[in-house]
Design a protein around this ligand. Structure first.
Ligand code: GLU
Length: 256
């Protein structure tokens, strides 16, 4: 039997939605709804310094105002670290994690190509450190996931064929930061997987994240959703719209 399509909108409540967010929300709603499916809302508030409950409330209010009603709101990411711990332990038990002590500036000084989202190809500096060398750092490490030398391929609903080899295009990636906060890639995979999401429609800026999420889905035993990465709206000067710059935000648009 075909699974009932489940889509989702997973905003970061770090400001008022702008027109670009609305565009992505609308398409993520339309796709499952046009097939008799469901639409889930999830607040991605892992970054507790940048996100605020007031913004989450405004987001809900704006979605209601637009007539985009969600079937369920799943638990916000800030409340799920115990759940992420369990998945983190699975990766550790598989022997796929190692502690990384590289500083941000070390990583940026590495002369390596990077993905469109600003990710540097990690050169594997901490991959094979001895336990003594690890201890010598005397501070809490970030945790990286080893990636296989293998090509990931997806047929994006909006962008067509997309191919990435995590080993050469991304390198081993961080799943938990040194301060204990889980990263987006792990949280989003766990949340979408547990909620039974079958299609992920979101901004084009996240296309290069899809293979990392597909790798994690495989390790956690979730099926791959369909992906659709939609164009980003631009400001008149060619910049991407941003919440920080308060570009065409819903506050302004609703006033008009
Ligand atoms: N939270 C991300 C954002 O607001 C979206 C993540 C996703 O859809 O996977 O840009």
């Amino acid at each position: 039997m075909e699974k009932r399509p489940i889509g989702r909108f997973a905003p970061t409540p770090s400001g008022r939605m702008h027109l670009g967010n609305v565009f992505a929300a609308l398409l993520s709603w339309l796709s499952p709804k046009s097939q008799g499916g469901g639409w889930i809302l999830r607040m991605e508030d892992l970054d507790t310094l940048r996100t605020r409950a007031e913004y989450a409330e405004l987001l809900r209010d704006d979605l209601r105002w637009l007539g985009l009603h969600w079937d369920e709101e799943t638990q916000p990411q800030s409340q799920r670290s115990a759940v992420y711990d369990r998945y983190f332990e699975q990766l550790r038990d598989l022997g796929l994690l190692y502690p990384c002590y590289c500083t941000r500036s070390q990583l940026h000084n590495v002369n390596a190509p990077h993905l469109s989202d600003g990710t540097y190809v990690y050169p594997g500096t901490c991959r094979d450190l001895s336990p003594e060398a690890q201890k010598a750092f005397g501070r809490a490490p970030a945790w990286r996931l080893r990636v296989p030398d293998r090509v990931w391929q997806l047929t994006d609903l909006a962008q067509g064929e997309f191919v990435q080899n995590l080993a050469t295009d991304c390198g081993d990636f961080v799943v938990r930061r040194a301060d204990g906060v889980y990263v987006y890639q792990l949280a989003v995979t766990v949340d979408d997987g547990e909620a039974g999401v079958t299609e992920v429609v979101r901004g084009m800026d996240l296309l290069s994240s899809a293979p990392r999420q597909m790798y994690l889905q495989e390790l956690f035993g979730f099926s791959h959703p369909e992906y659709g990465h939609v164009p980003m709206l631009l400001a008149p000067d060619g910049r991407r719209l941003s919440k920080r710059d308060r570009d065409l935000d819903l506050g302004e648009l609703r006033k008009r």
